[in-house]
Design a protein around this ligand. Structure first.
Ligand code: CA
Length: 675
């Protein structure tokens, strides 16, 4: 697989390398190894039969002295013969001592990442892989993202997935699973019905916090060891490095077959353990931002990588391109993206564009500690700097999240629980953070990731319960379900890119655990039976998704839809009316949000002529792209709910409905609020 190198014009302490062949280059006749280690005094290549010393037949096959090219800092060695499935390490001597380490550029590793492995990648392709294609949205906000952890997806009995695939990559290849003894779909079968376009997988690269031999620990996996290798605990055989690669590809292929794209959560901002990281053992002190010999810590995890240095920048770009080309990944979510510099992220965008401009890129526009970032606030990827980034590098809108539900872990209230002060934040968010009037940190709506819940913090359901002082996580109290539905409506009917934590649409609970990164399966795994218990809410989300897909302005990536929207808000009641010029679609939509405890009157206003008659697509309990009934001017919006209306005339035209006699049963005056 060809990789590319990128120059930085920054002054570098060491010679850098712009070649495309770091790591191993395999052919059946010989394999060449190259490692960039400009500060090393000696580098030895060590070959092994197995990935760890306790496996049967474990032995050292050979040790070879590598040779330095002083102009580039690259050490290399070529070994004759077919080295497919042979394990290797480097023994690197620097002024910090002599250490054995796996390859920074590893593409395969043995169990628990002790050793790297040479692999003939073409032998890891599942059947039909050559026909596998990316699933890419034309515009970022055509995507609807569902965030899921590989293990959570299927670890519960309720998943109906076969026992040996539960919690593994291969669970995604089971196509017709149901909740045992029912006909209710689970896993992939469920996703097809839900209508989301993309899954975002929590870390699936090789991380360090789960013992791949026992496989009993649970972790989200935000602790990278090998960025270019799939995680072993999600494979059925972590010992043989090629197995996880094939199974990962089978997962991707299966999702793609159902029209669902795959976004990887990438964590380039820090490594698991500084001292044992192959980066640190290979070139001590180079790959991390440091101050007076101390590792800076804007990641909050003990170190922060130096995206602003040539060789880590090259590493990030090549790594991302590798996932796109070798594994057909469709997008990336960057953890703590503000740890990275703007120049690097824009270079990544340009490089991914060479493959396809539609590959998704977005990230968290914050660090865990700005004071420890080691780069200027003007250079980091936070919301303040969004306009310096490509329009196609999105950012999570935490203002909207906060506006919708209040603080992530506390008992404060947001719009859905009736807070009055949140309306402004919420409107800005519904405009994709691209409205001149309400706030526009984003270039355009497609740069704004709109959400109310993610893996971090309380689930939306747990947050709703906490803010309402309820401790029954299985309650079916209508008030709470309505608040959940209102949140979902605000996300799905916004102009940005909708995103949700898996299960938000069926009241997923972690029983109040706000940071479940290493909590057991009992807390984290998806309990699919909740899709039955909370059926009505689940259907409501499906309907909202259909409405979103049917109305182009909600997915407009320019600011046209923002300008075509008319917003009225009086304290807590928000009405948003949007015009649509797209042929064959509803011409006008009105979205009315009422977060008060009382039913309210509908107030229509627009800068355009308003239709005389409307249909209701969504009310407090039902949502779909099919009209429920005609709207009557005396209809009220129930407390804590949304109403979605579309103009009757274009709806009838699209659906071939001919009315014998159209009577203007409503008074002209009530609807001619054009100013
Ligand atoms: Ca691992």
């Amino acid at each position: 697989m060809a990789t590319t190198a990128f120059y930085s014009n920054k002054k570098e302490l060491y010679p850098t390398y712009d070649g495309c062949d770091l790591g191993f280059t395999f052919t059946p006749e010989s394999t060449t190894f190259k490692v960039w280690a400009p500060s090393a005094e000696q580098v030895l290549l060590k070959l092994y039969t197995t990935g760890s010393f306790h496996e049967a037949g474990a032995q050292v096959m050979g040790i070879k002295q590598m040779l330095l090219d002083g102009r580039t800092g690259v050490w290399s060695a070529t070994v004759e013969g077919n080295l497919n499935k042979i394990y290797y390490t480097y023994v690197i001597k620097t002024e910090k001592g002599t250490h054995e380490t796996q390859d920074v550029y590893s593409k395969a590793v043995g169990v628990n990442s002790l050793r790297s492995m040479v692999v003939d990648l073409s032998s890891t392709d599942p059947e039909g892989w050559e026909n596998d294609r990316h699933v890419l949205p034309d515009k970022p906000n055509d995507a609807i993202v569902w965030e899921i952890h590989v293990r959570d997806f299927s670890s519960s009995d309720s998943s109906g997935v076969s026992k040996n695939h539960r919690g593994k990559f291969l669970a995604f290849t089971e196509k017709n699973t149901v909740i045992p003894f029912t006909s209710y779909p689970t896993c992939l079968n469920y996703l097809k019905e839900l209508g989301v376009t993309h899954v975002q997988l929590n870390p699936v690269f090789d991380f360090g916090s789960v013992n791949e031999i026992t496989g009993v620990d649970y972790n989200w996996g935000y602790d990278p060891v090998n960025y270019n290798v799939p995680e072993g605990s999600y494979s059925t055989d972590p010992y043989h490095g090629e197995v996880r690669i094939r199974e990962f590809k089978e997962m991707i292929k299966s999702l793609h077959e159902e029209g669902i794209g795959v976004i990887m959560d990438v964590v380039y901002n820090h490594v698991y353990e500084t001292a044992t990281s192959p980066f640190e053992l290979t070139v001590p002190g180079y790959y991390f931002r440091m101050q007076n010999g101390r590792f800076l810590n804007s990641s909050g995890c003990g170190n922060v990588t130096a995206s602003d240095k040539t060789m880590f920048r090259n590493f990030m770009v090549n790594s991302l391109k590798y996932w796109v080309e070798e594994y057909h990944i469709d997008g990336f979510r960057f953890d703590l993206m503000a740890c990275h510099d703007i120049e690097t992220m824009n270079i990544i965008r340009e490089e991914l564009d060479k493959t396809d401009k539609r590959i998704l890129m977005y990230g968290e526009p914050w660090t865990a500690n700005d004071g420890e970032n080691g780069i200027s606030g003007e250079d980091c990827c936070n919301k303040t700097n969004a306009k310096k980034l490509s329009n196609r590098i999105g950012m999570f809108n935490d203002d909207m999240r906060h506006g919708i539900k209040g603080g992530s872990d506390d008992d404060t209230k947001g719009y859905i629980q009736g807070a009055g002060h949140s309306a402004y934040n919420v409107i800005a968010g519904m405009m994709g953070a691209a409205s001149v009037t309400f706030g526009n940190w984003a270039n355009e709506p497609s740069q704004c990731i709109t959400y109310d819940s993610a893996h971090d913090n309380l689930t939306l359901w747990d947050k709703i319960l906490k803010s309402n002082w309820c401790s029954d996580f299985d309650t079916t109290d209508h008030l709470y379900i309505k608040q959940n539905a209102l949140a979902g409506a605000m996300v799905m009917l916004s102009l940005g890119v909708p995103f949700m934590l898996a299960g938000e649409e069926f009241c997923r609970t972690k029983h109040g655990d706000h940071n479940s990164y290493k909590s057991p399966d009992a807390v984290n795994s998806i309990n699919w039976t909740r899709t039955i218990r909370y059926r009505e809410l689940n259907d409501y989300y499906k309907g909202l998704i259909k409405i979103r897909k049917a109305f182009s302005p909600l997915r407009d990536n320019t600011t046209k839809a923002v300008n075509d929207s008319y917003i009225v808000y009086n304290g807590q009641i928000i009405s948003l009316t949007i015009k649509n010029d797209t042929e064959g679609e509803w011409k006008m939509m009105s979205i009315i949000l009422n977060n008060t405890e009382n039913a309210c009157q509908v107030e229509f206003k627009s800068q355009y002529d308003l239709p005389k008659r409307w249909y209701i697509l969504a009310d407090a309990s039902t949502a779909s792209d099919k009209a429920i009934t005609e709207f009557d001017k005396d209809d009220l919006i129930p407390p804590r709910s949304v109403m979605v209306l579309v103009d009757l005339e274009s709806y009838n035209k699209i659906n071939g409905i001919v009315e014998k006699k159209i009577e203007d049963t409503v008074e002209e005056k009530a609807y001619s609020a054009k100013e």
